[in-house]
Design a protein around this ligand. Structure first.
Ligand code: ADP
Length: 359
C-alpha cells in the first residue's frame, strides 16, 4: 500500500455540499502513511456539515477494507476552496484563487471592521487570506490590525515587487501605506485607480485562497477599475438595518450585477444590541438585511450585533475575532466565514456560459 493508493480511494468520495468527488475538486491536501497510522488532511466545503462523522466512518472503512491496513486513520478536515476558474485572472494574479469585494452603499456602516474580522476568522480556519485596503476616504485597516510598519520592496526575477505586511496571518496592502503619518491626500479617480492596479500587479501575493478588497463606499471609479482589472469571484455587501443604508446597499448590488459580478451575500451590521438581561434591542430596526436578501435573492451571511467591544478591539489594533475567539460575536464571524466559503464554492463549481463566446 502506498500514499497514492490511499489518495485514489479518497478521490472517489464526494464533498457533501458540491456532490463532486474530492479528486476532481483537488481537495486532498495531504496523505501521510506511517508505520501505525495514516494522517489525512482533506478539504471540505462545509466544516460544520452534519454528515462529516459518517464520511469519516466510510472513508476509514474503505481504506481498511481495500488495503488491509489495521492501524489508526486520522482525518483532519480543513476548508477546501475552489479556484475561480476564469482565464483572464491568470494574467493578473495567477496564485490568487478568489477575489472578493467587500462593499457598502454608505460609509460608517462597519465595512472595514467586518473586512478585518472576516479576514481573521477565515485565517483561523486555515484559509490563506490577503486583504487590500482600497478605501480611499479612510484607509483604517492598518490601525484596526495594529500595523505600524510599511511594506518592503524586494526584487523577484529582476522586477521590483512589494511584499505585503503580514499581521495575524493576514497579508495586507493598504492605500494608507502610501501616505505619511496624518498627511491627508485627496485621491483623485485616476490616481486611486492606478494605486489599486499596482496593488494587484506589483505586489507579491504568492498563493492565496481569498483576496478581500475593502472598497470605498458607494459606486464610483474604484469599483469600476476593480471590476475591469480582475474578474471578481463576487461581492459581499455590508449594510445596517435602516432603510437609508439598505437603499444604498441595493444600489451597490445592482452595480455589481451590471458588471457581471455575483453578490455572494449580504451582512447586516449593528443588527441589535444585547441588553444586560440578554434581551435584544433592535436599535436601528429589525430584519432589513433579511428583507433585502429575500427581495434580491441573495444570501444573508449573518447579522452582527452592535457592541462596544467591537469598536474597542478595532481601535486597539486587535480585532475581536483574535482578541476573544470564543465569544458569541466571534462565533457569528466564524459562521459567516463558513457560509461565505460555501457560497464561493457553489459559485465556482457551477458551469457558467462562456460570456466571451456569447459576445
Ligand atoms: P466603514 O468601513 O463602513 O466606514 P468602520 O468599519 O470604519 O466603517 O466602522 C465605523 C465605526 O463603527 C468604527 O469606529 C468601528 O469600530 C465601529 N463599528 C463597526 N461595527 C461595529 C459594531 N458592530 N459595534 C460597534 N461598533 C462598530
Amino acid at each position: 500500500m502506498t500514499e497514492k493508493n490511499i489518495t485514489e480511494i479518497i478521490s472517489r468520495f464526494k464533498d457533501p455540499v458540491l456532490n463532486k468527488d474530492f479528486g476532481n475538486l483537488n481537495f486532498i491536501k495531504n496523505v501521510q502513511l506511517n508505520d501505525n497510522n495514516i494522517k489525512i488532511n482533506l478539504g471540505i466545503t462545509n466544516l460544520q456539515d452534519d454528515s462529516l462523522e459518517k464520511l469519516t466512518a466510510e472513508l476509514t472503512k474503505a481504506i481498511k477494507s481495500e488495503t488491509g491496513f489495521s492501524g489508526d486513520i486520522d482525518i483532519k478536515y480543513t476548508a477546501g476552496i475552489l479556484n475561480h476558474n476564469d482565464k483572464r485572472k491568470e494574467n493578473v494574479m495567477p496564485g490568487v484563487k478568489n477575489t472578493i469585494a467587500i462593499a457598502s452603499g454608505k460609509g460608517g456602516v462597519g465595512k472595514s471592521t467586518i473586512a478585518v474580522n472576516l479576514a481573521a476568522a477565515l485565517t483561523m480556519l486555515d484559509v490563506k487570506v490577503g486583504l487590500i485596503d482600497a478605501d480611499i476616504y479612510g484607509p483604517s485597516i492598518p490601525i484596526m490590525l495594529g500595523i505600524n510598519k510599511r511594506p518592503e520592496v524586494t526584487k523577484i526575477d529582476g522586477k521590483a515587487r512589494l511584499l505585503p505586511v503580514i499581521q495575524y496571518g493576514i497579508k495586507l496592502m493598504s492605500i494608507g501605506f502610501l501616505t505619511q503619518g496624518d498627511e491627508a491626500i485627496v485621491w483623485r479617480g485616476p490616481m486611486a485607480s492606478s494605486a489599486l492596479k499596482q496593488f494587484m500587479s506589483d505586489v507579491s501575493w504568492d498563493e492565496l485562497d481569498i483576496l478581500l478588497f475593502d472598497m470605498p463606499p458607494g459606486t464610483g471609479d474604484i469599483q469600476l477599475t476593480l471590476s475591469q482589472t480582475i474578474p471578481l469571484t463576487g461581492a459581499v455587501i455590508i449594510t445596517t438595518p435602516q432603510d437609508i443604508s439598505l437603499s444604498d446597499a441595493k444600489k451597490g448590488h445592482n452595480m455589481f450585477q451590471k458588471v457581471n459580478v455575483p453578490t455572494l451575500g449580504v451582512i447586516e451590521n449593528m443588527s441589535y444590541f444585547v441588553n444586560p438581561d440578554n434581551t435584544k434591542e433592535y436599535i436601528f430596526g429589525k430584519g432589513g438585511g433579511a428583507k433585502m436578501s429575500k427581495e434580491y435573492n441573495v444570501n444573508l451571511l449573518g447579522e452582527i450585533p452592535i457592541a462596544t467591544k467591537i469598536r474597542e478591539y478595532g481601535d486597539a489594533g486587535m480585532p475581536i475575532v483574535i482578541s476573544e475567539p470564543d465569544c458569541d460575536i466571534s462565533g457569528i464571524y466564524r459562521s459567516i466565514s463558513l457560509e461565505l466559503i460555501k457560497q464561493i464554492n457553489i459559485n465556482n463549481s457551477t458551469e457558467k456560459p462562456n460570456l466571451e463566446i456569447l459576445i
